[in-house]
Design a protein around this ligand. Sequence first.
Ligand SMILES: *Cc1c(COP(=O)(O)O)cnc(C)c1O
Length: 389
Amino acid sequence: MEGTGLNQGVYPIDRFEQMRTPFYCYDMDLLHDTIKEIKQLTEGYPYVVHYALKANANPRLLKEMASRGLGADLVSGGELSAALAAGFVPNKMAFSGVGKADWEIRLGLEHEIGCFNVESVPELENINDIAGEMGKTAHVAIRVNPDIDAHTHRYVTTGTAENKFGVSKEMLPDVVTLAHDMPNIHLSGLHFHIGSQITQMEPFIMLCDSINELQSYFEMYDVHFETINVGGGLGIDYNHPDRHLMPDFEHYFGVFKKHLNLRSGQELHFELGRSLVAQCGSLITRVLYVKENRDKKFVILDAGMTDLIRPALYEAHHLIQNITSASNECETYDVVGPVCESSDVFAHNCQLPTTRRGDFIALRSVGAYGESMASTYNMRRLPGSVFLP
Ligand SMILES: *Cc1c(COP(=O)(O)O)cnc(C)c1O
């Protein structure tokens, strides 16, 4: 019964009437429950959970994550500054990404962040040089590309041999030796991140097997790692958000508890983005017009791809609900935005209760890669945000 306005009443429409649309609406209770669940499942294990800021860097959300003791996974100097401002502790920060600029490396070293996740030899050399100039030691993990297909959309798979991320397993021994020999580098671990929106556990099990194999290999040469970082990537249920407000974290962490052979004293790091925040967010937008062509009806929203680009970029599907209409009749619409691009479409042939100009529409499960990817293309205003309760 999705898309039929069943969720009506959950949203404070009166409050929304006062707001300029479109805006992101965040369910803070759900966020707290999600963090609590993760804490409970990792308690007693040498696990460190980082939040991947790129999923959503809204300052209010960052403060929640930081105040509950999560670490931060960063992919830019801007995220590093945002993480510091939100109160994340530098030694629980990991800096990822294939293209770290010198100023970003300097900023990380200046604040003595916990780890640089390094993706290539030239990057390693550059970090060693900059750390030398600054009289610092850079703590580093080598990102390994384990060549595992995460069976997800081709734009969000990162762990197969043909994409740009990480160092191949074949090259890894040389890179590890190189890192050990660099005077300003402290090699603390191995890093992995195989993709995003992964809904099956098999790729994570394969990742564990791959890590076990690598650790055994390196132990033959008496090489040991303090940390193993398995990245993020756990998917969420975009089709039935109300049925699965949280992903199955128990199953997810259970995979690592069961399949990964951590060595004594070793820490296991996670970098969760989407799975922490996606279900907490809805994009609230109003219907500008209902337009009828010969054989199609369009609902034209005041939100577009500039507010939420996932449908245009990844062919992503978000559940769409009319949270105003009390109509029992359903009609079929294409739900589109106002931006001058043919890809500015949120859904084709979407069943909604009879919809009128002025109705509020909720696009669900947009807490991750929604607000953080918003742009001002067409010189549009950036969406605002509200926090419930
Ligand atoms: C994007 C990213 C993450 C978070 O991915 P999710 O799928 O949102 O959990 C974690 N680690 C790295 C290195 C990333 O690039």
